[in-house]
Design a protein around this ligand. Structure first.
Ligand SMILES: NC(=O)c1ccc[n+]([C@@H]2O[C@H](COP(=O)([O-])OP(=O)(O)OC[C@H]3O[C@@H](n4cnc5c(N)ncnc54)[C@H](O)[C@@H]3O)[C@@H](O)[C@H]2O)c1
Length: 248
């Protein structure tokens, strides 16, 4: 129960990696504030946590809205007095080819994948710095290192931004004894990749040295490590969870 007494806010918690992270942190003692734009799926995840006696609540939240980000943290702090862990998991993937990416789609991808992670981190840090305790974990992507084979240029660029932003926030937060890290998954079997279809997913799995997609639980374990006190001396790091796809 390494997260006993800790409060975690997880964006994109209704589905996939965020959902699995909520379960793992909750099973290990955390109180979990689930945030997601999908109301129904979020309530379903909430019921799943509560059926395991995990203290949790779901807040409908659009991470592109600054007012909703501020409301999310205000509610979490009002209800639980503290936020110890933030996991920035909300994201969308677009596979649009370069000639077809519009300015609107570029802005949407950056807004959900990168801008939101910054402003959620800013809101969390405003609170965490005063307490001199906190863990922030954001989800990047292997495509943020290699460029997008499976995904669009805007997606991979937004994830490269997560990697660099993580380092800047880690430098800022270090004097307050706050750890800021990111996880860099390769292809993972979640609703995000499911929609790509069997042919595409089989072809991409072949590119991975382990010859398979990762599971959301395998990514959530890495997130849990970086959210715990076991990684106290690790900050500004990007931890690959990719079956050997990229080794750097
Ligand atoms: N699945 C993969 O192969 C893979 C690989 C690398 C990185 N990632 C990243 O992992 C994270 C989780 O993705 P996943 O694979 O679990 O996909 P997912 O689609 O299952 O989960 C993403 C969640 O983000 C939520 N979300 C989307 N827009 C939002 C918004 N505006 N406000 C609030 N929530 C919003 C969705 O509702 C969804 O619940 C994402 O950041 C994704 O880019 C996924």
């Amino acid at each position: 129960m390494e997260f006993q007494g800790k409060v975690a806010v997880i964006t994109g918690a209704a589905s996939g990696i965020g959902r699995e992270t909520a379960l793992i942190l909750g099973q290990r003692g955390a109180t979990v504030v689930l945030a997601d734009i999908q109301e129904e799926a979020g309530q379903k995840t909430l019921r799943e946590l509560q059926s395991q006696n995990i203290r949790a609540e779901f807040i409908t939240n659009d991470v592109t809205r600054l007012d909703q980000i501020h409301a999310l943290f205000a509610t979490a702090i009002a209800h639980y007095a503290q936020v110890d862990i933030l996991v920035n998991c909300a994201g969308i993937a677009r596979r649009t080819p370069v000639p077809e990416i519009t300015p609107e789609e570029w802005d949407l991808v950056f807004s959900i994948n990168l801008k939101s992670a910054f402003f959620c981190s800013q809101a969390a840090l405003n609170h965490m710095c005063a307490r001199q305790y906190g863990k922030i974990v954001s989800i990047a992507s292997a495509s943020g290192k290699s460029g997008g084979v499976a995904v669009g240029a805007h997606y991979s660029a937004s994830k490269a931004g997560i990697i660099c932003m993580t380092k800047s926030l880690a430098l800022y937060a270090a004097p307050y004894r706050i750890n800021v890290n990111s996880v860099c998954p390769g292809p993972i079997a979640t609703p995000m990749t499911e929609v790509w279809g069997d042919a595409v997913n089989t072809a991409f799995a072949e590119m991975v040295p382990f010859k398979r997609y990762g599971t959301p639980g395998e990514v959530a374990e890495a997130i849990a490590f970086l959210a715990s006190d076991r990684s106290q001396y690790i900050t500004g790091e990007t931890l690959d969870v990719n079956g050997g796809l990229i080794m750097d």
